[in-house]
Each structure stands twice: as C-alpha cells, then as structure tokens.
Design a protein around this ligand. Structure first.
Ligand code: MN
Length: 164
C-alpha cells in the first residue's frame, strides 16, 4: 500500500560515462542522491560504494529518457520510512542522520523492499556505503539489478529507452 504521506525514493539506472544506479531519497523537499556503481543488492554481506552527488528536484524522480550523452531508466520507485536511531535508541530525523553520516531506511518499492543503511566512510567525504540490513527481506547472493531489468514506469529495458 502506498501511503501518500510517506517520502518517496527512486533508483534510476543511468548509462553515462560509466554505468551506475542513482539512489535518491526525498528529504525536506529535495532528492538527496548517491551514485552506486554496482547498484543495490539484497545481500547484506556485499557493501556497495555509494558516492554522494548533488541534490535533485523532486520532479526528477519521474524522469526517464535518452539524450545524446546519457540514458536514464526508472529502475525502481516507491516510498520509504526513516528508521534512523541514535545510540540511545531515539529516532533521528533524516536530515540529522545525513549530517551524522548514518541513515537507516525501510524501502517500499517494486523491486526493493526492506531495511537499508547508508554509512559515510569518512568525515568530510562523499564516499558512503549502501548496506542491506539483515532482516527478513535480505537474500544472500541475490542481485536484483541482474534479474529485474525492466523500468517500473514503462516496462522498457534500458536498451529500449536508448533506442528511443
Ligand atoms: Mn547518475
């Protein structure tokens, strides 16, 4: 069930200079973004590098298409719940969690469902890790980007989109 009050997330498969997946989470009216070269995984033992990139407008969550230099596919889309807590188990709002470099979310997408954590690897650095939490939605060895390749918006593969 999609609760309209919940903030949205999107994962866009992006073919540009390098093939990557952009994870974007709605926080305070913008899409906070990371480029994940290998894409999200459901395997908690596979920590994925996630490079923090610039915030995007909310409208970008619906963008899918091809231009001369890049192709964008809406690979997954849905809502999320912030599940970030401090060491005393008190809830931490998303903006504060980003500042602390440790943001936990529960994603409710079409392909991705469950707990994920974004962890900044060093203070004052754009390098983060995207890690699947060990919960009932974890699946050892499963790479959704390999098996679920169609757009959740249009059903098209990225090759279809590239072809126009
Ligand atoms: Mn990108």
């Amino acid at each position: 069930m999609v609760d309209e009050q919940q903030p949205i997330f999107v994962v866009q498969h992006h073919l540009a200079t390098a093939d990557h997946y952009d994870l974007r989470l709605e926080v305070d009216g913008v899409l906070v973004s990371w480029a994940v070269p290998k894409g999200p995984t459901l395997d908690p033992s596979r920590h994925r590098l996630a490079i923090r990139t610039g915030d995007h407008d909310l409208a970008h969550a619906d963008y899918e298409g091809a231009s001369e230099r890049s192709v964008v596919q809406v690979w997954d889309r849905g809502t999320y719940r912030n599940t970030s807590h401090d060491k005393h188990n008190r809830p931490v709002p998303p903006a504060a969690a980003l500042e602390r470099g440790h943001l936990s979310v529960w994603l409710e997408g079409v392909k991705l469902r469950g707990g994920f954590t974004l962890i900044r690897t060093r203070q004052d650095d754009r390098s983060w890790l995207l890690v699947k939490k060990r919960d009932e939605t974890a699946e050892s060895g499963y790479e959704p980007t390999e098996h679920e390749t169609n757009s959740v918006l249009s059903g098209r593969t990225i090759e279809d989109i590239a072809a126009g």
